[in-house]
Design a protein around this ligand. Structure first.
Ligand SMILES: O=C(O)C1=C[C@@H](OP(=O)(O)O)[C@@H](O)[C@H](O)C1
Ligand SMILES: C=C(OP(=O)(O)O)C(=O)O
Length: 453
Protein backbone atom coordinates (compact mmCIF):
# COMPACT_ATOMS: atom_id res chain seq x y z
CA UNK A 1 0.00 0.00 0.00
CA UNK A 2 1.36 3.46 -0.80
CA UNK A 3 2.35 5.41 2.28
CA UNK A 4 1.85 8.88 0.81
CA UNK A 5 0.31 11.09 3.46
CA UNK A 6 2.31 9.56 6.30
CA UNK A 7 4.00 12.96 6.68
CA UNK A 8 1.23 15.54 6.45
CA UNK A 9 2.17 18.98 5.19
CA UNK A 10 -0.01 21.68 6.76
CA UNK A 11 -0.56 25.07 5.15
CA UNK A 12 -2.66 28.18 5.52
CA UNK A 13 -4.12 30.77 3.21
CA UNK A 14 -4.70 34.39 4.15
CA UNK A 15 -6.64 37.31 2.80
CA UNK A 16 -5.02 38.29 -0.48
CA UNK A 17 -4.94 41.37 -2.65
CA UNK A 18 -6.76 41.17 -6.00
CA UNK A 19 -5.69 38.13 -8.06
CA UNK A 20 -4.45 39.05 -11.52
CA UNK A 21 -2.98 37.21 -14.49
CA UNK A 22 -3.29 34.29 -16.88
CA UNK A 23 -2.82 30.61 -16.05
CA UNK A 24 -2.98 27.32 -17.87
CA UNK A 25 -3.87 24.61 -15.38
CA UNK A 26 -2.61 21.04 -16.04
CA UNK A 27 -4.19 18.53 -18.40
CA UNK A 28 -7.54 16.95 -17.66
CA UNK A 29 -7.24 14.02 -15.28
CA UNK A 30 -10.01 11.92 -16.87
CA UNK A 31 -8.60 12.33 -20.37
CA UNK A 32 -5.03 11.71 -19.13
CA UNK A 33 -5.86 8.36 -17.50
CA UNK A 34 -7.76 7.30 -20.61
CA UNK A 35 -5.06 8.36 -23.05
CA UNK A 36 -2.54 6.05 -21.35
CA UNK A 37 -5.09 3.23 -21.18
CA UNK A 38 -6.13 3.53 -24.83
CA UNK A 39 -2.49 3.81 -25.84
CA UNK A 40 -1.94 0.48 -24.06
CA UNK A 41 -4.91 -1.15 -25.81
CA UNK A 42 -3.92 0.03 -29.30
CA UNK A 43 -1.31 -1.80 -31.35
CA UNK A 44 1.56 0.57 -32.10
CA UNK A 45 2.63 4.00 -30.87
CA UNK A 46 0.32 6.62 -29.36
CA UNK A 47 1.73 10.11 -28.73
CA UNK A 48 0.21 12.21 -25.95
CA UNK A 49 0.79 15.90 -25.27
CA UNK A 50 -0.38 17.88 -22.26
CA UNK A 51 -0.65 14.79 -20.05
CA UNK A 52 -1.38 15.60 -16.41
CA UNK A 53 1.73 14.52 -14.51
CA UNK A 54 -0.13 14.16 -11.22
CA UNK A 55 0.34 11.14 -8.98
CA UNK A 56 -2.99 9.54 -9.92
CA UNK A 57 -2.09 9.51 -13.61
CA UNK A 58 1.52 8.46 -12.97
CA UNK A 59 0.17 5.42 -11.13
CA UNK A 60 -1.93 4.53 -14.18
CA UNK A 61 1.20 4.89 -16.33
CA UNK A 62 3.03 2.45 -14.04
CA UNK A 63 0.15 -0.02 -14.20
CA UNK A 64 0.08 0.14 -18.03
CA UNK A 65 3.82 -0.58 -18.07
CA UNK A 66 3.41 -3.47 -15.60
CA UNK A 67 0.81 -4.95 -17.95
CA UNK A 68 3.20 -4.91 -20.90
CA UNK A 69 2.97 -1.49 -22.59
CA UNK A 70 6.06 0.62 -23.15
CA UNK A 71 5.33 3.95 -21.51
CA UNK A 72 7.91 6.68 -21.93
CA UNK A 73 8.10 10.33 -20.91
CA UNK A 74 9.62 12.40 -23.71
CA UNK A 75 9.34 15.85 -22.12
CA UNK A 76 6.98 17.94 -20.00
CA UNK A 77 3.53 16.46 -20.61
CA UNK A 78 4.85 14.65 -23.70
CA UNK A 79 4.50 10.88 -23.55
CA UNK A 80 4.60 7.91 -25.89
CA UNK A 81 2.89 4.59 -25.34
CA UNK A 82 3.66 1.49 -27.34
CA UNK A 83 0.51 -0.58 -26.91
CA UNK A 84 0.00 -4.32 -26.78
CA UNK A 85 -3.55 -4.49 -28.14
CA UNK A 86 -6.89 -5.53 -26.63
CA UNK A 87 -6.27 -8.97 -25.12
CA UNK A 88 -2.47 -8.63 -25.31
CA UNK A 89 -1.70 -7.80 -21.68
CA UNK A 90 0.90 -9.76 -19.75
CA UNK A 91 0.65 -10.98 -16.16
CA UNK A 92 1.99 -8.12 -14.00
CA UNK A 93 4.79 -8.73 -11.54
CA UNK A 94 3.61 -7.67 -8.12
CA UNK A 95 0.66 -5.57 -7.10
CA UNK A 96 -0.81 -2.75 -9.20
CA UNK A 97 -0.79 0.19 -6.76
CA UNK A 98 -3.14 3.02 -7.77
CA UNK A 99 -2.40 5.24 -4.77
CA UNK A 100 -5.33 7.65 -4.26
CA UNK A 101 -7.02 7.15 -7.65
CA UNK A 102 -10.53 5.79 -8.04
CA UNK A 103 -10.46 6.38 -11.78
CA UNK A 104 -7.16 4.60 -12.43
CA UNK A 105 -8.03 1.55 -10.35
CA UNK A 106 -11.59 1.13 -11.60
CA UNK A 107 -10.86 1.65 -15.29
CA UNK A 108 -7.91 -0.73 -15.14
CA UNK A 109 -10.15 -3.43 -13.64
CA UNK A 110 -12.16 -3.24 -16.86
CA UNK A 111 -8.98 -3.42 -18.92
CA UNK A 112 -7.65 -6.48 -17.06
CA UNK A 113 -11.05 -8.21 -17.37
CA UNK A 114 -10.57 -8.68 -21.10
CA UNK A 115 -7.40 -10.74 -20.62
CA UNK A 116 -7.02 -14.24 -19.17
CA UNK A 117 -4.61 -13.01 -16.49
CA UNK A 118 -4.55 -12.59 -12.72
CA UNK A 119 -3.82 -9.13 -11.30
CA UNK A 120 -3.95 -7.63 -7.81
CA UNK A 121 -5.16 -4.05 -7.29
CA UNK A 122 -4.31 -1.91 -4.28
CA UNK A 123 -4.20 1.71 -3.20
CA UNK A 124 -3.73 4.02 -0.24
CA UNK A 125 -5.86 4.15 2.92
CA UNK A 126 -8.40 6.42 1.19
CA UNK A 127 -8.79 4.19 -1.87
CA UNK A 128 -9.03 1.08 0.33
CA UNK A 129 -12.19 2.54 1.85
CA UNK A 130 -13.93 3.22 -1.46
CA UNK A 131 -16.61 0.91 -2.90
CA UNK A 132 -15.43 -1.43 -5.65
CA UNK A 133 -18.51 -3.71 -5.71
CA UNK A 134 -20.00 -1.27 -8.22
CA UNK A 135 -17.28 -2.42 -10.65
CA UNK A 136 -17.03 -6.04 -9.55
CA UNK A 137 -20.78 -6.68 -10.00
CA UNK A 138 -20.88 -6.04 -13.77
CA UNK A 139 -17.45 -7.61 -14.32
CA UNK A 140 -18.58 -10.80 -12.56
CA UNK A 141 -21.61 -10.87 -14.85
CA UNK A 142 -19.15 -10.83 -17.74
CA UNK A 143 -17.30 -13.83 -16.32
CA UNK A 144 -14.51 -12.22 -14.31
CA UNK A 145 -13.53 -14.03 -11.13
CA UNK A 146 -12.90 -12.10 -7.92
CA UNK A 147 -10.19 -14.35 -6.50
CA UNK A 148 -9.76 -12.33 -3.34
CA UNK A 149 -10.95 -9.01 -1.92
CA UNK A 150 -11.05 -7.15 1.37
CA UNK A 151 -14.37 -6.87 3.23
CA UNK A 152 -17.22 -5.55 1.11
CA UNK A 153 -15.31 -6.13 -2.13
CA UNK A 154 -12.74 -3.43 -1.34
CA UNK A 155 -9.03 -3.13 -2.13
CA UNK A 156 -6.72 -4.94 -2.03
CA UNK A 157 -8.42 -7.29 -4.47
CA UNK A 158 -7.37 -9.84 -7.07
CA UNK A 159 -9.15 -10.42 -10.38
CA UNK A 160 -8.86 -13.23 -12.87
CA UNK A 161 -10.02 -12.58 -16.42
CA UNK A 162 -11.84 -15.47 -18.13
CA UNK A 163 -10.78 -17.15 -21.40
CA UNK A 164 -13.96 -15.83 -23.00
CA UNK A 165 -15.79 -12.74 -21.66
CA UNK A 166 -19.57 -12.55 -21.94
CA UNK A 167 -20.95 -9.28 -23.36
CA UNK A 168 -23.74 -7.74 -21.23
CA UNK A 169 -26.40 -5.07 -21.20
CA UNK A 170 -25.76 -3.21 -17.96
CA UNK A 171 -28.06 -0.68 -16.38
CA UNK A 172 -25.83 1.25 -14.01
CA UNK A 173 -27.36 1.92 -10.58
CA UNK A 174 -25.51 5.27 -10.35
CA UNK A 175 -24.46 7.83 -12.94
CA UNK A 176 -20.75 7.07 -12.84
CA UNK A 177 -18.29 7.41 -15.70
CA UNK A 178 -15.99 5.03 -13.85
CA UNK A 179 -18.58 2.23 -13.84
CA UNK A 180 -19.56 2.91 -17.45
CA UNK A 181 -15.91 3.00 -18.55
CA UNK A 182 -14.93 -0.18 -16.72
CA UNK A 183 -17.76 -2.10 -18.43
CA UNK A 184 -16.99 -0.64 -21.87
CA UNK A 185 -13.25 -1.30 -21.51
CA UNK A 186 -14.03 -4.89 -20.54
CA UNK A 187 -16.48 -5.03 -23.47
CA UNK A 188 -13.56 -4.41 -25.83
CA UNK A 189 -12.43 -7.95 -25.04
CA UNK A 190 -15.86 -9.58 -25.40
CA UNK A 191 -17.37 -10.87 -28.62
CA UNK A 192 -20.57 -9.08 -29.73
CA UNK A 193 -22.10 -5.96 -28.24
CA UNK A 194 -21.72 -4.59 -24.74
CA UNK A 195 -24.24 -1.95 -23.64
CA UNK A 196 -24.26 0.42 -20.69
CA UNK A 197 -27.41 2.35 -19.77
CA UNK A 198 -27.26 5.38 -17.50
CA UNK A 199 -30.33 7.27 -16.23
CA UNK A 200 -28.24 10.42 -16.07
CA UNK A 201 -25.40 11.00 -18.50
CA UNK A 202 -21.92 10.97 -16.97
CA UNK A 203 -18.76 12.32 -18.64
CA UNK A 204 -18.24 10.76 -22.06
CA UNK A 205 -14.47 10.78 -22.52
CA UNK A 206 -14.32 6.99 -22.87
CA UNK A 207 -16.92 6.96 -25.64
CA UNK A 208 -15.10 9.77 -27.47
CA UNK A 209 -11.75 8.05 -27.16
CA UNK A 210 -13.14 4.69 -28.28
CA UNK A 211 -14.28 6.37 -31.49
CA UNK A 212 -10.96 8.25 -31.81
CA UNK A 213 -9.11 4.91 -31.66
CA UNK A 214 -11.35 3.27 -34.27
CA UNK A 215 -13.89 1.28 -32.23
CA UNK A 216 -17.58 1.22 -33.19
CA UNK A 217 -19.69 2.93 -30.54
CA UNK A 218 -23.26 4.15 -30.71
CA UNK A 219 -24.80 6.55 -28.21
CA UNK A 220 -28.57 7.04 -27.91
CA UNK A 221 -30.60 9.19 -25.55
CA UNK A 222 -32.26 7.26 -22.73
CA UNK A 223 -35.17 8.83 -20.82
CA UNK A 224 -35.03 12.51 -19.89
CA UNK A 225 -31.34 12.79 -18.95
CA UNK A 226 -29.81 9.39 -19.68
CA UNK A 227 -27.84 7.61 -22.38
CA UNK A 228 -27.48 4.14 -23.80
CA UNK A 229 -23.98 3.36 -25.05
CA UNK A 230 -23.28 0.29 -27.17
CA UNK A 231 -19.83 -0.94 -28.15
CA UNK A 232 -18.91 -3.57 -30.71
CA UNK A 233 -16.34 -5.85 -29.07
CA UNK A 234 -12.91 -7.03 -30.20
CA UNK A 235 -11.94 -4.14 -32.45
CA UNK A 236 -8.35 -3.59 -33.38
CA UNK A 237 -7.68 -0.21 -31.81
CA UNK A 238 -5.44 2.01 -33.90
CA UNK A 239 -3.02 4.43 -32.24
CA UNK A 240 -4.16 8.03 -32.43
CA UNK A 241 -2.47 11.22 -31.19
CA UNK A 242 -3.98 12.87 -28.13
CA UNK A 243 -3.75 16.46 -27.00
CA UNK A 244 -5.06 16.74 -23.46
CA UNK A 245 -7.02 19.95 -22.77
CA UNK A 246 -6.73 21.80 -19.45
CA UNK A 247 -8.80 20.27 -16.65
CA UNK A 248 -12.04 22.13 -15.84
CA UNK A 249 -12.02 20.52 -12.39
CA UNK A 250 -8.61 22.14 -11.69
CA UNK A 251 -9.61 25.41 -13.37
CA UNK A 252 -12.40 25.59 -10.77
CA UNK A 253 -9.91 26.63 -8.06
CA UNK A 254 -8.38 29.79 -9.59
CA UNK A 255 -11.83 30.55 -10.98
CA UNK A 256 -13.62 30.54 -7.62
CA UNK A 257 -10.64 32.31 -6.02
CA UNK A 258 -10.97 35.14 -8.55
CA UNK A 259 -14.71 35.39 -7.90
CA UNK A 260 -14.36 35.79 -4.13
CA UNK A 261 -11.21 37.93 -3.82
CA UNK A 262 -12.34 41.53 -4.45
CA UNK A 263 -10.94 43.27 -7.52
CA UNK A 264 -9.62 40.07 -9.16
CA UNK A 265 -9.50 39.37 -12.89
CA UNK A 266 -7.99 36.09 -14.11
CA UNK A 267 -7.86 34.25 -17.43
CA UNK A 268 -7.61 30.45 -17.43
CA UNK A 269 -6.46 29.21 -20.82
CA UNK A 270 -7.48 26.22 -22.92
CA UNK A 271 -10.03 24.79 -20.46
CA UNK A 272 -12.07 21.83 -21.66
CA UNK A 273 -15.74 22.83 -21.99
CA UNK A 274 -17.22 19.40 -22.73
CA UNK A 275 -20.90 19.93 -21.80
CA UNK A 276 -20.80 16.94 -19.45
CA UNK A 277 -18.18 18.77 -17.35
CA UNK A 278 -19.49 22.32 -17.17
CA UNK A 279 -22.07 22.15 -14.37
CA UNK A 280 -19.97 24.38 -12.11
CA UNK A 281 -19.63 27.13 -14.70
CA UNK A 282 -23.38 27.07 -15.36
CA UNK A 283 -24.15 27.20 -11.64
CA UNK A 284 -21.74 30.05 -10.93
CA UNK A 285 -23.21 32.06 -13.80
CA UNK A 286 -26.67 31.52 -12.30
CA UNK A 287 -25.22 32.87 -9.05
CA UNK A 288 -24.24 36.08 -10.82
CA UNK A 289 -20.59 35.27 -11.62
CA UNK A 290 -18.87 37.32 -14.31
CA UNK A 291 -17.45 34.45 -16.37
CA UNK A 292 -16.83 34.75 -20.11
CA UNK A 293 -15.77 31.98 -22.50
CA UNK A 294 -13.36 33.47 -25.04
CA UNK A 295 -11.67 31.92 -28.08
CA UNK A 296 -14.01 28.95 -28.12
CA UNK A 297 -12.50 26.24 -30.30
CA UNK A 298 -12.10 22.48 -30.71
CA UNK A 299 -8.77 20.89 -29.79
CA UNK A 300 -8.10 17.17 -30.09
CA UNK A 301 -11.82 16.38 -30.35
CA UNK A 302 -12.86 18.34 -27.24
CA UNK A 303 -14.30 21.87 -27.04
CA UNK A 304 -12.05 24.30 -25.16
CA UNK A 305 -12.14 27.99 -24.26
CA UNK A 306 -10.13 30.62 -22.43
CA UNK A 307 -12.17 31.55 -19.38
CA UNK A 308 -12.09 35.15 -18.16
CA UNK A 309 -13.41 35.62 -14.64
CA UNK A 310 -13.85 38.76 -12.59
CA UNK A 311 -14.68 39.13 -8.89
CA UNK A 312 -18.46 39.18 -8.58
CA UNK A 313 -21.28 39.73 -6.12
CA UNK A 314 -22.84 36.24 -5.93
CA UNK A 315 -26.28 35.16 -4.76
CA UNK A 316 -27.50 31.75 -3.61
CA UNK A 317 -29.24 29.31 -5.98
CA UNK A 318 -30.83 25.87 -5.97
CA UNK A 319 -28.61 23.36 -7.80
CA UNK A 320 -30.73 20.54 -9.30
CA UNK A 321 -29.75 16.94 -8.53
CA UNK A 322 -29.62 16.02 -12.22
CA UNK A 323 -26.75 18.46 -12.71
CA UNK A 324 -24.56 16.52 -10.26
CA UNK A 325 -22.76 14.23 -12.76
CA UNK A 326 -21.54 17.28 -14.73
CA UNK A 327 -19.93 18.86 -11.67
CA UNK A 328 -19.46 15.96 -9.28
CA UNK A 329 -15.90 16.92 -8.25
CA UNK A 330 -16.71 20.63 -8.02
CA UNK A 331 -19.13 20.69 -5.07
CA UNK A 332 -16.43 21.36 -2.44
CA UNK A 333 -15.30 24.50 -4.24
CA UNK A 334 -18.89 25.47 -5.09
CA UNK A 335 -19.59 25.36 -1.33
CA UNK A 336 -16.75 27.86 -0.93
CA UNK A 337 -18.28 30.19 -3.51
CA UNK A 338 -21.68 29.72 -1.82
CA UNK A 339 -20.20 30.86 1.50
CA UNK A 340 -19.57 34.29 -0.09
CA UNK A 341 -22.93 34.47 -1.89
CA UNK A 342 -25.87 36.32 -0.35
CA UNK A 343 -28.66 33.97 0.73
CA UNK A 344 -28.91 30.20 0.68
CA UNK A 345 -27.36 27.86 -1.87
CA UNK A 346 -28.98 24.44 -1.88
CA UNK A 347 -27.05 21.62 -3.56
CA UNK A 348 -29.36 18.67 -4.13
CA UNK A 349 -28.63 14.97 -4.50
CA UNK A 350 -25.02 14.67 -3.27
CA UNK A 351 -25.00 11.02 -2.14
CA UNK A 352 -22.05 10.19 -4.44
CA UNK A 353 -19.91 12.73 -2.56
CA UNK A 354 -19.87 10.34 0.37
CA UNK A 355 -17.73 7.80 -1.55
CA UNK A 356 -15.00 9.99 -3.01
CA UNK A 357 -11.42 10.32 -1.69
CA UNK A 358 -13.14 11.29 1.57
CA UNK A 359 -16.77 11.60 2.61
CA UNK A 360 -16.90 14.99 0.92
CA UNK A 361 -20.30 15.88 2.27
CA UNK A 362 -19.01 15.54 5.84
CA UNK A 363 -15.59 17.02 5.02
CA UNK A 364 -17.10 20.11 3.39
CA UNK A 365 -19.52 20.58 6.30
CA UNK A 366 -16.65 20.32 8.81
CA UNK A 367 -14.54 22.73 6.75
CA UNK A 368 -17.36 25.28 6.62
CA UNK A 369 -17.71 24.91 10.37
CA UNK A 370 -13.97 25.55 10.84
CA UNK A 371 -14.39 28.72 8.77
CA UNK A 372 -17.47 29.88 10.69
CA UNK A 373 -19.92 29.47 7.79
CA UNK A 374 -23.54 28.57 8.58
CA UNK A 375 -24.69 25.44 6.76
CA UNK A 376 -26.64 22.23 7.22
CA UNK A 377 -27.05 18.82 5.62
CA UNK A 378 -30.61 17.64 4.90
CA UNK A 379 -30.54 14.03 3.70
CA UNK A 380 -28.23 14.11 0.67
CA UNK A 381 -28.49 17.88 0.21
CA UNK A 382 -26.09 20.56 1.41
CA UNK A 383 -27.36 24.03 2.28
CA UNK A 384 -24.90 26.88 2.70
CA UNK A 385 -26.01 30.20 4.21
CA UNK A 386 -23.76 32.71 2.50
CA UNK A 387 -22.72 36.22 3.47
CA UNK A 388 -20.41 38.93 2.12
CA UNK A 389 -17.53 37.56 4.22
CA UNK A 390 -16.46 34.55 6.27
CA UNK A 391 -14.55 34.42 9.54
CA UNK A 392 -11.88 31.78 8.83
CA UNK A 393 -9.56 31.02 11.73
CA UNK A 394 -9.96 27.26 12.13
CA UNK A 395 -8.13 24.22 10.77
CA UNK A 396 -9.74 22.09 8.07
CA UNK A 397 -9.22 18.31 8.17
CA UNK A 398 -8.54 17.19 4.59
CA UNK A 399 -8.84 13.38 5.03
CA UNK A 400 -6.37 12.51 2.21
CA UNK A 401 -8.54 14.51 -0.21
CA UNK A 402 -6.91 16.90 -2.70
CA UNK A 403 -10.12 18.74 -3.49
CA UNK A 404 -10.91 19.46 0.17
CA UNK A 405 -7.38 20.87 0.61
CA UNK A 406 -7.54 23.09 -2.49
CA UNK A 407 -11.10 24.28 -1.83
CA UNK A 408 -10.37 25.54 1.67
CA UNK A 409 -7.06 27.12 0.69
CA UNK A 410 -9.08 29.06 -1.88
CA UNK A 411 -11.55 30.04 0.82
CA UNK A 412 -8.79 31.33 3.10
CA UNK A 413 -7.81 33.89 0.43
CA UNK A 414 -10.97 35.81 1.33
CA UNK A 415 -11.66 35.01 5.01
CA UNK A 416 -11.23 37.60 7.78
CA UNK A 417 -8.52 35.56 9.49
CA UNK A 418 -6.28 32.88 7.89
CA UNK A 419 -7.69 29.42 7.29
CA UNK A 420 -5.48 26.39 7.85
CA UNK A 421 -5.63 22.97 6.23
CA UNK A 422 -3.97 20.00 7.89
CA UNK A 423 -2.37 18.39 4.81
CA UNK A 424 -1.67 19.65 1.31
CA UNK A 425 0.39 16.65 0.17
CA UNK A 426 -2.51 15.05 -1.71
CA UNK A 427 -2.89 18.06 -3.97
CA UNK A 428 -0.13 16.44 -6.05
CA UNK A 429 -2.56 13.69 -7.08
CA UNK A 430 -4.44 15.99 -9.49
CA UNK A 431 -2.88 19.48 -9.53
CA UNK A 432 0.84 19.33 -8.72
CA UNK A 433 1.41 22.97 -9.75
CA UNK A 434 -1.49 24.35 -7.67
CA UNK A 435 0.58 26.28 -5.14
CA UNK A 436 2.94 27.81 -7.69
CA UNK A 437 0.15 28.77 -10.08
CA UNK A 438 -2.07 30.25 -7.37
CA UNK A 439 0.86 32.23 -5.94
CA UNK A 440 1.70 33.53 -9.41
CA UNK A 441 -1.81 35.06 -9.48
CA UNK A 442 -1.14 36.70 -6.10
CA UNK A 443 -2.61 34.13 -3.70
CA UNK A 444 -1.06 34.28 -0.25
CA UNK A 445 -0.69 30.61 0.67
CA UNK A 446 1.99 29.57 3.15
CA UNK A 447 3.26 26.06 3.75
CA UNK A 448 3.97 25.06 7.33
CA UNK A 449 2.51 25.59 10.76
CA UNK A 450 3.82 29.04 11.75
CA UNK A 451 1.17 31.13 13.42
CA UNK A 452 -0.96 32.46 10.61
CA UNK A 453 -0.62 36.20 11.04
O1 LIG B 1 -14.38 8.75 -15.08
C1 LIG B 1 -13.69 9.65 -14.56
O2 LIG B 1 -12.62 10.05 -15.07
C2 LIG B 1 -14.18 10.25 -13.31
C3 LIG B 1 -15.46 10.06 -12.90
C4 LIG B 1 -16.04 10.62 -11.67
O3 LIG B 1 -16.22 9.57 -10.75
P1 LIG B 1 -17.54 8.63 -10.73
O4 LIG B 1 -17.55 7.81 -11.95
O5 LIG B 1 -17.36 7.78 -9.50
O6 LIG B 1 -18.69 9.55 -10.61
C5 LIG B 1 -15.15 11.68 -11.04
O7 LIG B 1 -15.53 11.90 -9.71
C6 LIG B 1 -13.69 11.32 -11.11
O8 LIG B 1 -12.88 12.35 -10.58
C7 LIG B 1 -13.24 11.10 -12.53
C1 LIG C 1 -13.13 11.72 -7.29
C2 LIG C 1 -11.96 12.05 -7.83
O1 LIG C 1 -11.08 11.18 -8.38
P1 LIG C 1 -10.98 9.59 -8.33
O2 LIG C 1 -12.35 9.02 -8.23
O3 LIG C 1 -10.26 9.24 -9.58
O4 LIG C 1 -10.14 9.25 -7.13
C3 LIG C 1 -11.55 13.47 -7.91
O5 LIG C 1 -10.53 13.73 -8.55
O6 LIG C 1 -12.19 14.37 -7.33
Amino acid sequence: MSSHGANPVPAFARRSAALKGTVRVPGDKSVSHRSLIFGTLAVGETRISGLLEGEDVLNTAKACAALGATVERLGEGEWRVEGVGVGGLRVPEGVLDFGNAGTGSRLMMGVVAGNPIVATFDGDASLRKRPMRRILDPLEKMGVQVVDAAEGGRLPLTLKGPQELVPIIYESPVASAQIKSAVLLAGLGAPGETTVIEKEASRDHTERMLTHFGAQVSVEPYGAHGRKVTLKGRPELKPAPIRVPADPSSAAFPLVAALIVPGSEVVIEGVMTNPLRTGLFITLKEMGADIAFENERVEGGESVADIRVRASALHGVDVPAERAPSMIDEYPVLAVAAAFASGTTRMNGLSELRVKESDRLAAVADGLKAAGVAHRIEGDDLLVEGAAGAAGGGTVATHMDHRIAMSFLVMGLATDTPLKVDDISFIATSFPTFLAQMRALGADIVEGVEAAA
